[in-house]
Design a protein around this ligand. Structure first.
Ligand SMILES: [Cu+2]
Length: 119
């Protein structure tokens, strides 16, 4: 009886340590969307267009809705893209560093593009 109480207390303590702020920073989630029309966007969890974010770990869910468009993100330490013919969802775990990052649809980079600052 006594032993099981000790074990329970240990589990709670370990769980609390994992959730403690700063101990293991969770990645910030962003959503990238391209297509089906000639649109490309990168939004935060609040649904706002990303223009400026803090350096750190990010999980980018890429929703590629067309086989004639792709999503290509590039910047310091990052160069990732979906295949042009690919249609579906991908999840990218990236570390964004200070600087400017750009995203485009490669075949339509002239007007399907965006950028944001990492500070
Ligand atoms: Cu395109």
């Amino acid at each position: 009886m006594k032993r099981s109480i000790v074990r329970t207390a240990t589990c709670v303590a370990v769980g609390a340590a994992l959730l403690a702020p700063g101990s293991a920073q969770a990645a910030t989630k962003l959503t990238a969307t391209v297509g089906p029309g000639f649109t490309i966007t990168l939004k935060n969890a609040a649904g706002k267009k990303v223009t400026r974010v803090k350096a750190g770990a990010y999980t980018i869910v890429v929703v590629d809705r067309a086989t004639n468009h792709n999503f290509h993100l590039s910047g310091l330490g990052v160069n990732k893209r979906t295949g042009l013919a690919f249609k579906g969802r991908q999840t990218w775990n990236v570390r964004l560093r200070k600087g400017t990052y750009r995203y485009v649809c490669d075949p339509h980079a002239f007007n399907m593009k965006g950028s944001f600052r990492v500070v």
